[in-house]
Ligand binder design. Structure first.
Ligand code: ATR
Length: 282
């Protein structure tokens, strides 16, 4: 037991699996959480071939791995692979956290809780009573809809370029319509002219390619918050929001908060997130 490499292999191992994955900040975040809470664990990056997610994930668990974070493009495959879905994961059709329970893989989605916590606790923006515009109809939107609705916004409009896709997504979530007095509706961007929102969330991947959804000017109500789930870059949406008088924020806080929720699922301990967000921002 004096051999350090032997001690290393005894550490409980976690990883973020994706493709690409080299850019992921998750190892740094979880290393901070582990240091802060005195947890003896390892956390690494795991690159899976695009056509071999399930095989790579199973191999990780067969080798003794305890939990995985799942990132692009595998969240839906992870949802298909796990044997049980906890909390909101069933409706989100996307899993970003896999927990080994006994011999079974259980899927969670902590993205929505991460977003809600960042909005309400870190940014001081209560969701109750807000008019929300959520842009995009992919996995990122699916993952955050129910946690946002559970905070009782005044209404929620989901906009997308492809109208079929957003109509289908919104119809899936109509079972939660009583959580918001103004209801949940699908909209093309062209119908947004004249409408105003207190909270505008960009869940599209547009920012990654230097683009933004076609929003009309005047979309931001006075005091509105514009939130881009993309982090670490000044996206066209954030610049547009700033120019149009909104408070513009990127998704770094959401990234750290979803990681904290995963950490809690795996380790049963809640790390402090504020110092980690501050460190990453600097
Ligand atoms: P994710 O799982 O990250 O949500 P996705 O399922 O590929 O990724 O979805 C990407 C979303 O970004 C889609 O809603 C897409 O709109 P369409 O369904 O109309 O394609 C949206 N998107 C990507 N680029 C965009 C752009 N330049 N303008 C507006 N929406 C964009």
């Amino acid at each position: 037991m004096n051999d350090p490499s032997e001690r290393l292999t005894l550490k409980e191992q976690y990883a973020v699996i994706g493709n690409p994955v080299a850019h992921s900040q998750s190892p740094q975040i979880h290393a901070e959480f582990a240091r802060q809470t005195g947890q003896d664990m390892g956390y690494e990056r795991l690159l899976a071939p695009v056509d071999a997610f399930a095989a790579t994930a199973r191999q990780f668990f067969s080798a003794g791995g305890k939990g995985l974070n799942v990132t692009v493009p595998f969240k839906h495959e992870a949802w298909n692979m796990v044997v049980a879905h906890a909390g909101i994961a069933l409706d989100s059709e996307a899993v970003n956290t896999i927990e080994l329970v006994g011999n079974e893989l259980v899927g969670h989605n902590t993205d929505g809780i991460g977003l809600v916590t960042d909005l309400e606790r870190n940014l001081g923006c209560p969701i109750a009573g807000k008019r929300i515009l959520l842009m995009g109809a992919g996995g990122a939107t699916r993952g955050v809809m129910r946690p946002l609705l559970e905070k009782h916004p005044k209404l929620m409009v989901v906009a997308n370029r492809s109208l079929d896709k957003v109509i289908s997504l919104v119809s899936h979530f109509q079972k939660f319509k009583d959580l918001t007095p103004g209801g949940i509706s699908a909209s093309p961007y062209s119908d947004l002219a004249g409408a105003q929102f207190d909270l505008v969330i960009n869940a599209t991947s547009a920012g990654l390619s230097g683009q933004m959804p076609p929003l009309p000017e005047g979309i931001f109500a006075p005091g509105a918050l514009a939130y881009d789930m993309v982090y670490g870059r000044d996206t066209p949406f954030l610049r547009f929001a700033h120019k149009n008088g909104a408070h513009a924020v990127d998704g770094l806080g959401m990234l750290v908060e979803q990681a904290a929720e995963s950490f809690f699922i795996w380790r049963g301990v809640r790390p402090l997130t504020a110092p980690v967000i501050k460190k990453l921002r600097s």
